[in-house]
Ligand binder design. Structure first.
Ligand code: AMP
Ligand code: SF4
Length: 449
């Protein structure tokens, strides 16, 4: 999971990219970067941390140009430091190219070994860097070079490239992660999520289709397919957890889908209770949906401290446990003496849910019935989402009954795969709308290399 954004033909390209990256901040907090072209030269700034940390007061104002691409990074492959911050910028025989990538290449390691044997010298340890090396070997023009690179890479890649005069957007043949085009005054905007279009004042035009390469230059838009599209495999977790609720994926409101996930789990496992609460933030919409379906009142039962960093990716279990305690607290008045339905989007290692059940009971909840709006996660993700290694996934080694006992809940229900798909689907057979379900089923839509 990373966030990417590109602007074409706008005098404030860097400023818009900067604002747009803020709205994609939830997709990556480890580094941020912007590269802008003034038509002949590139101007680049990258830094560690959040967008505000990476750019300080006004570093984005020093990047002049009317084409730009930006990136917020969340580490999956390679180290998280500044070394791997994007956009990556390189020069090949056709000129300069900058690249920003969301996703993960499953064959990056073997490609890198091949390229190194043939003399390529790598500067980072991120999977993305194999793409510039493949482009450099193919040579200009960029359109042909990118197509040749795509023939060799496998996995998830929503990509933006920038040359001195062009912006190129490309989507892998299965469309794992969203990428969409918007109209922006006399120019264009391409972004991972439609919430960025809204923030930048762009008007949504359409999604970049699986297997599509869209070149934007002074003559307009040039779309081509670089491979036959495969069945769509949009990451189910984009709907369940990652994307912002004010975004749309495949013209499907993420907020609406999350509410429907909550309604669906209520239908699957109706349970007597006094109150419904959600785990902030991604569990809230589903809890509202559950409450509407069940008729039980929705309460703001938990508060999130927004100023504490992420709990999920901290390196050891003890730190993660402490992180959860600092981050989430209970509104005692909402739950005391009550039977609580607790809705969250997922259980990964089980740290968060165990802690939440404990603090709810300490606050006087008489029963806690945990409802999870995704199926059990039993397999690691290969496509850019950090769902932990297989042995760390609690559902890989424990049954739902065992997990329920471990987290101390009175009951636990995971949404069925069928229920999840029905909530995320728009039943529009005219579109290629399949889901990736690999972390639930182990059926990976690509070779796993
Ligand atoms: P855990 O405590 O390991 O069971 O993680 C579950 C919590 O992490 C849930 O509340 C989710 O909202 C959140 N979560 C799920 N997947 C991810 C992810 N890939 N990155 C960060 N947080 C996640
Ligand atoms: Fe998303 Fe899971 Fe597929 Fe990864 S394996 S892309 S997290 S659905």
């Amino acid at each position: 999971m990373c966030g990417i954004l590109g602007v074409f033909n706008h005098p404030q390209a860097a400023e818009l990219t900067y604002f747009g990256l803020h709205s994609l901040q939830h997709r990556g907090q480890e580094s941020a970067g912007i590269c802008v072209s003034d038509g002949t030269k590139f101007h680049t700034h990258r830094g560690a941390g959040l967008v505000t940390e990476a750019f300080g007061q006004d570093q984005h104002n020093q990047l002049n140009g009317n084409i730009g691409i930006g990136h917020v990074r969340y580490t999956t492959t390679g180290d998280s430091g500044l070394l791997n911050a994007q956009p990556l910028v390189f020069r090949y025989t056709g000129g300069q190219v900058a690249i920003a990538h969301n996703g993960n290449l499953v064959n990056a390691r073997s490609l890198r070994t091949d390229l190194e044997r043939q003399g390529s010298i790598f500067q980072t340890n991120s999977d993305t860097e194999v793409i510039p090396h493949l482009i450099a070997r193919a040579g200009p023009p960029i359109r042909k070079a990118v197509q040749e690179a795509f023939r060799r890479i496998e996995g998830a890649y929503a990509l933006l490239f920038m040359t001195e005069t062009q912006l190129v957007a490309a989507q892998d043949p299965r469309g794992f992660h969203p990428l969409s085009l918007g109209k922006l005054d006399d120019g264009w905007l391409v972004a991972s999520e439609t919430c960025a279009h809204d923030v930048c004042g762009a008007k949504f035009v359409r999604e970049i289709e699986p297997g599509e390469m869209l070149v934007i230059d002074k003559d307009g838009l040039h779309s081509s397919s670089f491979v036959e599209p495969n069945p769509r495999s949009i990451c189910s977790f984009e709907y369940i957890y990652f994307a912002r609720p004010d975004s749309e994926i495949d013209e499907n409101s993420v907020h609406k889908v999350r509410k429907e996930l909550g309604r669906q789990i209520c239908r699957e496992m109706p349970t007597e209770a006094d109150v419904v609460i959600g785990v902030p933030d991604s569990g809230l919409a589903a809890a509202i949906g559950y409450a509407e379906e069940s008729g039980y009142p929705y309460e703001l039962g938990m508060m999130k401290n927004r100023y504490v960093g992420r709990t999920f990716i901290q390196p050891d279990q003890e730190l993660r446990r402490k992180g959860v305690r600092m981050k989430l607290s209970v509104v005692r008045q909402a739950v005391e003496g009550k039977r609580v339905i607790l809705v969250d989007d997922s259980i990964v290692r089980g740290t968060t849910s165990g802690r939440i059940v404990e603090i709810l009971k300490n606050a006087g909840a008489t029963e806690v019935h945990m409802r999870v709006t995704s199926p059990p996660i039993m397999f690691p993700c290969l496509y850019g989402i950090d769902t932990a290694r297989r042995m760390e996934l609690i559902s890989a080694t424990k049954t739902p009954e065992e997990i329920c006992e471990k987290i101390g809940a009175d009951s636990l229900h995971f949404l069925s795969e069928k229920g999840m798909i029905s909530a995320t689907d728009r039943n529009d057979s005219s579109k290629n709308r399949g889901h990736c379900l690999a972390c639930f089923s182990g059926n990976y839509p690509t070779n796993t290399c």
